[in-house]
Design a protein around this ligand. Structure first.
Ligand code: SF4
Ligand code: MG
Length: 329
């Protein structure tokens, strides 16, 4: 459904200096799945989301959505694209206009797209959406400040659903919420996905919740995708040293297990995307960096089926010999 190919987004800072927010990123999102995009803040996840939406011009590469290049759409194609792809934002406090009622907030996209001729139809759709996100019609005439963080995010979700989109980019939709309400919002998104057949690009800064919601996960570091595979494979068999560190930071509820497990603490700060390290971008913090990591940028390789990684520790086998099991059924 969505193909991001060798996407680059550099911000020009003048005097020949560039902030390399997204540097050669390739991934696909299949219809109906949730693709998780994970990495520390400042690694380029939100920039990818905004570039996919066409909110930023790309520097290089392609974004193909339903077989069309998002950055080459004609005027009438843009309207339909904006109906098909919507975004949920991180901060439910900042993303809702405080001067509008909930009804006005949710109805705004419908008005922009002139979806309904009659006010009553539009109101009915607003009520329907409120119920779908676990609120009710009595909430329609209230203002955002009258709601909790979790409720506000529900309003943001209702707004994103107003045009019946197929694809939703959720940019850290739960990071600003209390842990107690995070699971509720995740469950709501999962249920909506099932009911409406939605496809999600789910952006997050750690792996704890993404694990439960994603079918596949891409791990980003400093503008680069470093590992990509199915959710289970990433947890059971992480390959990239950065993924291993991210996984080791997820708290385990069982205290005995928590005591035994090995935590990988990354030394140092995230380098600046204006002046990224030579070779492997992760090398300044990688616990197992080698000499070659400084000189050569690791290539993006499919090490196992559908398991991609960019790291010099792994070498692709030229020929895959299928395993033959004799005498077993
Ligand atoms: Fe570490 Fe080298 Fe792999 Fe980069 S390429 S993650 S520095 S081992
Ligand atoms: Mg962000």
């Amino acid at each position: 459904m969505l193909q991001v190919r060798q996407l680059k987004k550099y911000f020009n800072l003048g005097k020949d200096r560039y902030l390399k927010a997204v540097d050669d990123v390739t991934f696909h999102v299949y219809q109906g799945e949730t693709f998780g995009l994970v990495g520390e803040s400042g690694c380029g996840k939100s920039t990818i989301g905004r570039t996919i939406m066409g909110l930023y011009h790309k520097t290089a590469g392609e974004v193909i959505f339903n077989d069309k290049d998002v950055h080459q759409l004609k005027k009438e194609e843009k309207t339909s694209f904006h109906r098909q792809m919507q975004m949920i934002f991180q901060d439910p406090y900042a993303s809702l206009n405080p001067r509008l009622t909930v009804r006005e907030i949710i109805a705004e996209p419908m008005e922009v797209h002139q979806l309904y001729r009659y006010k009553q139809e539009q109101n009915d759709k607003v009520f329907e959406l409120l119920e779908e996100v676990g609120l009710n019609r009595d909430h329609a005439n209230r203002y955002p400040h009258e709601f909790s963080g979790g409720q506000r995010q529900r309003i943001g979700i209702a707004r994103a659903l107003a045009l019946d989109p197929e694809f939703i980019i959720a940019d850290e939709p739960i990071s600003a919420l209390d842990v107690s309400v995070q699971a509720q919002v995740v469950n709501l998104l999962k249920n909506l996905q099932k009911e409406k057949g939605l496809t999600f690009l789910f952006i997050a800064h750690d792996l704890s919740m993404v694990k439960h919601i994603s079918d596949r996960i891409g791990v980003m570091y400093l503008g680069n995708l470093v590992e990509l595979t199915a959710s289970n494979a990433l947890y059971d068999n992480p390959l990239h040293p950065y993924t291993k560190a991210l996984l080791s930071a997820i708290p385990i509820p069982d205290p005995d297990m928590e005591e035994k497990r090995e935590r990988i603490i990354l030394e140092g700060e995230l380098p600046s995307p204006i002046d990224p390290p030579s070779g492997c971008v992760f090398r300044t913090r990688c616990p197992v960096a080698m000499d070659i990591c400084k000189i050569e940028k690791p290539t993006w390789q499919e090490i196992e089926q559908n398991h991609f990684v960019a790291c010099h520790l792994y070498k692709k086998q030229e020929q895959h010999t299928p395993k033959v099991t004799i005498g077993m059924k």
